[in-house]
Design a protein around this ligand. Structure first.
Ligand code: IPM
Ligand code: MN
Length: 372
């Protein structure tokens, strides 16, 4: 298959983790005879520094012309501490989502059996967790009208949803539930918010066309509690933009590290794949960031194009790295392995699943490459 992939490394650890995902895609090309073309462009704080805009026109065009976008991370502390900043890196990502029409963000939350001890939660609680969040991505409070009065003392953000915005993602979520365990939980705040009541009405109606799917409703505050108390009860969670943002970070705790969670953002014409973690600027350039979320985002890209065997090869190589303890320090504080080495191991194992990549302890002590 020929694919044009736009690469947006972005900020912080974005470039480092994205490079590992590209290594893995190149391993897939080599092993399965595909031809992927990669074109890189600026986004985020680095794009503001170099071009004065968090999403330069050239970047947007490149993404529109590509078959898929692979995204690194966005954000820089210098903007986080400045509420007066007029231009913010995050605007680049939000505009990209909107312009590409990526209305559905899919975030799978699963526990890797080998990492069950890594979670801060008890293993009897998290074992068997396997759910997917369908987060609406181009509407709601993120995109509603924003106001600040002249004195700068009163502000508001409007949360608006239309029937159409709700129904297009709801259909995708019901279809996903049908292919999984036939359970869909709508997370909202319908006891307080008018927009949530519209979600309930629209989703309930659509549910009639999916009689095999068991539709349940949960208020978001209760959902936040249930995700920690009993995560294995969930199959597909459908929710609006901001609730989805919050509960997906919460969900990432279950697996032991946010560095493991991948996501796909899809619309009618475009698709983008990115880790759910942020730019983690403190780790930038230190070779400690976990590349697995980025690598698994590449696996989701492959699945999106029907390359299931290829995606499976990536997932199996990731499992193997975890089984062998070839992981970054977020998963094992004593780990000797860096971002690059984990990426190399996974890429090598895609090419040859018997590649056991001898680990040379002597070299670890010398601070040299451990891969021989
Ligand atoms: C995410 C991020 C973004 C969001 C930020 C960077 C704008 O937190 O993808 O979850 O809030 O959507
Ligand atoms: Mn988030």
């Amino acid at each position: 298959m020929n694919l044009n992939i736009a690469l947006l490394p972005g900020d912080g650890v974005g470039p480092e983790v994205l490079a590992q995902a590209v290594k893995c895609l190149q391993a897939v090309e080599e092993t399965f005879n595909h031809n992927f073309i990669y074109r890189e462009a600026l986004v985020g704080a680095i794009a503001i520094d170099k071009k004065g805009s968090p999403l330069p026109d050239k970047t947007l065009q490149l993404c529109k012309d590509a078959d898929a976008v692979l995204f690194g991370a966005i954000g820089d502390p210098k903007y986080d501490i400045d509420p007066n900043a007029k231009v913010r890196p995050e605007q680049g990502l939000l505009k990209l989502r909107k312009e590409l029409g990526l209305f559905t963000n899919i975030r799978p939350v699963k526990v890797f059996p080998t990492l069950i001890e890594n979670s801060p939660l008890k293993k009897e609680i998290i074992s068997g967790t396997d759910f997917t969040i369908y987060r609406e991505l181009t509407g709601g409070i993120y995109f509603g009208e924003k106001k600040l009065n002249e004195k700068g003392t009163v502000a508001s953000d409007l949360c608006e949803y239309s029937e159409k915005e709700i129904s297009r993602i709801a259909h995708l979520a019901f279809k996903a539930a049908k292919n999984r365990r036939n359970k869909l939980t709508l997370v909202d705040k319908a006891n307080v918010l008018e927009s949530s009541r519209l979600w309930r009405k629209v989703v309930t109606k659509i549910g009639e066309s999916y009689p095999e799917v068991n539709l349940e409703y949960l208020f978001v505050d209760n959902a936040a509690m249930q995700i920690i108390l009993n995560p294995s009860q969930f199959d597909v969670i459908l929710t609006e933009n901001m609730f989805g943002d919050i509960i997906s970070d919460e969900g990432s705790v279950i697996g032991g590290s946010i560095g493991l969670l991948a996501s796909a953002s899809v619309g009618d014409d475009n698709a983008m794949f990115e880790p759910i973690h942020g730019s983690y600027s403190q780790a930038k350039g230190k070779d400690i960031a976990n590349p697995i979320a980025s690598i698994l985002s590449a696996a989701m890209l492959l699945e999106h194009f029907g390359l299931f065997e290829e995606a499976m090869a990536v997932r199996e190589a990731v499992d193997k790295s975890l089984e062998k303890g070839i992981m970054t320090p977020d998963l094992d504080a004593k780990s000797q392995y860096g971002t690059n080495q984990v990426g190399d191991f996974i890429a090598d194992n895609i090419v040859d699943s018997d590649d056991d990549f001898n680990i040379n302890d002597e070299n670890i002590d010398l601070g040299k490459s451990t891969i021989i």
